[in-house]
Design a protein around this ligand. Sequence first.
Ligand code: PMP
Length: 355
Amino acid sequence: MYRFRHDLKDRKLPVISVPKRDVMMCLNESAMDPFQVVREQFLRRMETVHLNRYFSEVTDELKKALADYIGHGTTPECFEFGNGADEMLYYLFTSVRESQNTYAVSIAPSYGDYITYTRAVGMGTRFAQIDERFDFDENEYLKLLEHPDCRMGILCTPNNPTGNLLDDEKVHRILSSTDKLILIDEAYYEFSGRTYAPYIKKYPNLVIIRTFSKGFGTSGLRFGYMFSSPENMYEIKKVMTFFHMSIMIQAFALTILENREPFLKYNRQIIENRDRMIEMLNRFEQLHAYPSSTNFILFSAGNHAERLFEYLKENQVAIRMYGSHKMLGDKLRVTVSNEEDNRIFGELIKSYWHK
Ligand code: PMP
């Protein structure tokens, strides 16, 4: 007897193989530990936050602080947050899923866990493939979107792993030509500066997801949020558990928002480091680094990709290799880090060609 969901019976658990290396440039994390930045303010706040209670005013304050950070007429009712953007994806997919035949449409390659979580809630995913310019066919996307089994569209901009912003006019045309929900994943907003937040009122089908994991360096804290019209949020909340997020995480996220300048300053530095790293990589004839609006760089290394990846690994530097998607076979992704990590990475790239 199989006691669990039959549609997941043959599914293998996704393997998250996190390498343990001295220099971690594989998961688009930050090298700056947020606790070191807001330690005093956080500990002071925790004197007044009561972990023995289900409710805390921190929840309302945090929604207000998010509305203040996002601006563009958003109000606290526009927000829900959870344990990472991943959990918000899970809730959103749960809120639109109808039956086993239903699916979400995304571009590909894009963030891999759209597949993980649509499957987890019992939905499928279909894809409009992106081309060598990291652009996609709008008509193909719209055709998949308009199918009666399609429940929603996903657009990741800037896109992970390609690093580029999607064509703005295309995004607007998609938003305005359908009634179906369109999720815009702005996980890397703090590096791209482009947001669809001003259009929450204009497009009743727009939902935006963001995370503190990248721009505020809190991957381990697990804080992500979703915003849309209060009407949409009302519907999404129907599938959320009560008290789903620790008051302590909320208190930490609020403390970060109130003290955000050092984080934003660090991001400006990462952007400068990124542009220098792209230039550095492009000095090597065998490499081609693509422009990026994020804190990572995708670069092609031709038939050296695997050997270069292994060489970096042997020398304690972890970056990301993609084997599965045909467009990414010869490409590697490196997270831009602080000066020291970037220097070590750069020197290893040099020594790889001269060894
Ligand atoms: N969306 C994108 C595009 C991402 O790259 C990531 C994390 N790698 C996430 C969502 C999930 O972020 P979180 O850590 O908040 O779950």
